[in-house]
Design a protein around this ligand. Structure first.
Ligand code: F6P
Length: 545
């Protein structure tokens, strides 16, 4: 069964939202707080150890009611049922979208082509557990009998960003293994990583759903060559593992069948960290923690699947993004985690969000005449404050922000954590309230500045405020809370895609790039340069000279 296929702009809710936007666009959030004593509670969702406060947004009850109506008019509940139910909602590739099955409870049933895929998922999880336990304990050894000390994950896109982000995020829970990531087809980076490694104690995990990705195969071959400088062909079986759907290509590479972890075509690369793609996570933090990550994600899945729309975190956050993207004309949104552990979070989200919803053709095959996928970016606070916050506070663009913070730090350094979180709370408040001309005037006069100087300086020190933020406050950064957080964003992507009436789970735009680079490589390596525009020809000639 296909997804509902509804042009959002033709819905009654969309028309009313457009009118509502015109009537409310000048409203100041500060005044909404003064008028509504229960606003903070009304526009918050408490779930497990998450408090999601979305009250600092340019919304009132009517906005939320209309956004929820929009979700109903596009049949969001029906779409969610098809997503979890294993229907082929990735229609352009003829596939189901079932990363949720990877973290389903062991006793759940998810049917694909007449088979309960959870049984297969459980089997692979056992395989991951056995493999990672034996590497961590030192029982599994390198070819000279030494235990492994280092692991290199070789993959790109979804075969890199998720594992790299989570491994960094869960550093606190890490064991003795050092995990490295090689993704870019940049030989200098490969050498930088290899430089510090001992081939006798390093395990290599090649992660590629297709096992045809140029970057990954080039890096894997370079690394294999380096490894063979001090080992023999038969040792590849001990030092290399692979995760892929492409069994033939893996065996051509020389990897032993016992070190091969399967994947399925119903798992998209950018949603695959929950599968064996996440093996470097399980190696870094142990299988129990990896499993806790999956459990946290599953809890968010259940919330998303079962909760009413008005208390459903991914639904509400997606609707707010639509409100700014499609009615306020916001071009980007920023995500600021107040923990250094989440330093790779926005890079990870960029693939998830922009590869999924960067589409301009609707599910009928027609070009859309409304904005789709938002551009997401960010850096951890407080670093971000000292980098680009100036533009959010006083620039000309509207940039809705999501702040993610934790009540408790992991090492328990209260002094630092209080300072970190004081910034977290102060920023969302300042973004909303700004600083009026009156306040600036008083402040400058208190510094005994002359009237003339006050007038000169005043316009530059005014903050208009009214900048919207969501705040996600979580108890602690644990494998489970991280799993829930990632799952939240995955489902937010889904809801936005449904509303925009686009296919979120293909990535034809990236496939084009792969082909183009292939031809250009022939031009670089061959004698002749084929037909290009003048600029490209000039650049290629200069490169080859
Ligand atoms: O970037 C395009 C893409 O197809 C992603 O969707 C995927 O995560 C990445 O390439 C890597 O693909 P593979 O795992 O097949 O090497």
């Amino acid at each position: 069964m296909l997804l509902p296929n509804i042009d959002p702009t033709k819905t009654e809710a969309w028309k009313q939202l457009a009118e509502h936007y015109n009537l409310t666009k000048e409203t100041q959030m500060g005044s909404l707080f003064s008028d509504g004593a229960t606003r903070a509670v009304d526009f918050s969702i408490v779930w497990n150890d998450f408090l999601v406060d979305y009250s600092k947004n340019r919304i009132d009850q009517k906005t939320i009611q209309l956004l929820l109506q929009l979700a109903e008019e596009v049949n969001i509940k029906d779409a969610i049922g098809k997503y979890f139910g294993g229907h082929e909602i990735n229609q352009t590739e003829g596939r189901a979208v079932l990363h949720t099955a990877l973290r389903a409870k062991a006793s759940d049933t998810v049917m694909v082509d007449g088979e309960n895929v959870v049984l297969e998922v459980n089997k692979v999880k056992e395989q991951i557990k056995a493999f990672t336990d034996s590497v961590i304990s030192g029982e599994r050894k390198g070819h000279t009998g030494k235990p492994f000390t280092d692991v290199v994950n070789i993959g790109i896109g979804g075969s890199d960003l998720g594992p790299a982000m989570v491994t960094e995020a869960l550093k606190f829970y890490k064991n003795h293994l050092n995990i490295h990531f090689v993704s870019n087809v940049d030989g200098d980076h490969v050498q930088e990583v290899l430089r510090d490694l001992d081939p006798e104690t390093t395990l290599f995990v090649i992660v590629s759903k297709t096992f045809t990705t140029q970057e990954t195969l080039s890096n894997a071959n370079t690394i294999k060559k380096w490894f063979l400088e001090s080992a023999s062909e038969k040792d590849i079986a001990t030092h290399f593992a692979a995760v892929s759907t492409n069994a033939d290509k893996i065996s051509e590479f020389g990897i032993s069948a016992t070190n091969v972890f399967p994947m399925w075509d119903w798992v998209g690369g950018r949603f695959s960290l929950w599968s064996a793609v996440g093996i470097s996570i399980a190696l870094a933090v142990g299988f129990e923690n990896f499993n806790a990550l999956l459990k946290g994600a599953n809890e968010m899945d259940e919330h998303f699947k079962n909760e009413d729309n008005d208390k459903n975190i991914p639904v509400v956050l997606a609707l707010l993004s639509i409100w700014y993207n499609n009615f306020h004309g916001a071009e980007t949104e920023v995500v600021i985690p107040y923990t250094q552990y989440l330093s790779r979070f926005s890079a990870y989200l960029q693939q998830g969000i922009m590869e999924s919803n960067g589409k301009s053709v609707d599910r009928n095959g027609n070009r859309v005449d409304y904005q789709t996928g938002s551009i997401v970016w960010g850096e951890p606070g407080t670093n971000a404050q000292h980098a680009f916050f100036q533009l959010i506070h006083q620039g000309t663009k509207l940039i809705p922000a999501t702040f993610i913070g934790f009540k408790r730090s992991l090492y328990g350094n209260t002094d630092h954590h209080n300072k970190l979180m004081a910034n977290f709370f102060a920023q969302t408040e300042a973004l909303m309230n700004g600083k009026s001309a009156e306040e600036v005037k008083t402040e400058l006069e208190e510094k005994n500045m002359s009237k003339e100087d006050v007038q000169k300086l005043l316009p530059f020190k005014v903050f208009e405020g009214n900048n919207p933020t969501n705040t996600i406050l979580i108890d602690r950064l644990t494998p489970a809370s991280l799993g829930s957080l990632i799952s939240l964003f995955e489902h937010k992507i889904f809801v936005e895609g449904i509303i925009w009436n686009i296919f979120s789970y293909d990535q034809w735009g990236v496939e084009l790039g792969k082909k183009l680079a292939g031809q250009t490589l022939k031009d670089i390596e061959g004698a002749e340069i084929s037909q290009h525009d003048g600029s490209t020809t000039q650049l290629l000639e200069s490169f080859k000279s």
